[in-house]
Design a protein. Sequence first.
Length: 393
Amino acid sequence: MIEPVSAFSRIGEENAFAVLARAVALAQGGADVVNLGIGQPDFATPPHIVEAAIAALRDGHHGYTPATGILPLREAICADIARRTGAEVSPDRVMVVPGGKVTMFMAILMLGAPGVEILYPDPGFPIYRSMIEFTGATPVPIPIREENGFAFSAAEVLSLLGPRTRLAIVNSPANPTGGVTPRAEIEALVAGLAAHPQVAILSDEIYGQMTYDGQAHVSLLSFQEIRDRLIFLDGASKTYAMTGWRLGWSVWPDRLYDAARKLAVNSFSCVNAATQHAGIAALEGPQDCVGEMVAAFDRRRRLVVEGLNRLPGVSCIVPKGAFYAFPNIRDTGWRAKALASALLDRAHVATIGGPDFGLHGEGYLRLSYAASEAAIEEALSRMARFLESERPA
Ligand code: PLP
């Protein structure tokens, strides 16, 4: 029998895609499903970005590009980083990749191996743990706690670092909780890392432009002292409503950059050329589209949090970033995954059970509020009816 090598018995996936498939199947069967499951903006990509891709195709940008990405895009990425974080980055350290995920895939592949420990947020984006296990490294969860507003605690991260730790993954603003880690914690983390020079950091800042209530996003790129071991992950998927285009980028330390380039050469060769031109238009064009989308998410955030807090047995802290609410559902008596499936099957509301983001996600649901206000209101009233009438088995 032909089978993949044993490492593939350890690779995981993202249940959000399975929930999406189930929601689509229910809808095809005639059900009116409200989808607060998948984490993607419900907006169309802004027209000037779409036009730039069309123009690139018409202008003959049909061929391979350098594996690291075309220079004007890497320069636009550096200018964007400088504008938002004040950090000076050379285009020679920037890799253009097909989506934010690819940076974590590369970083974990490069640094994970049996005998190595890798820290990752729990609850957190499921691909971190999946890839850590794939490499044979030991996953060490960083608990992300509601009592900290779902920010990570620098002291807790530092307490988990040991002689075998090679990589620590942090994510702020965070999926699935919407937590934003404040400056003081980030500074404490950077200061504490001085005692652990062998540890690289992967900072997933894909939601970096999505913060609310005046909460500032603090980029790890702005700390020069860890630049030689920081892998910075960002991309266009969330900021510019471009999830299907597959456009991400990363900044790598000197010593890892060539390995990243070689992984690109050995796999995808380059991001498709028209998408790269769209990326230039996104970064160099008017940024009002970002502000408008974030303002819409902010309104929906209030709506979803107010509505969740009115549901029996549910409480939800106000998320400060990204576009997710992570309500505590313990007092409903339901286990989180059972509630998520019952809501989908019986109330036709798609959400994701917290345990799909790690063991510390039990007791919570994730709702993406990247959906219309009408959809959010409908989902909340269906959830209210459901929780008032149905009891866990
Ligand atoms: N990082 C986090 C925290 C995410 O939530 C996501 C997508 O949901 C990604 C990375 C991956 O983004 P992309 O779709 O660009 O691969």
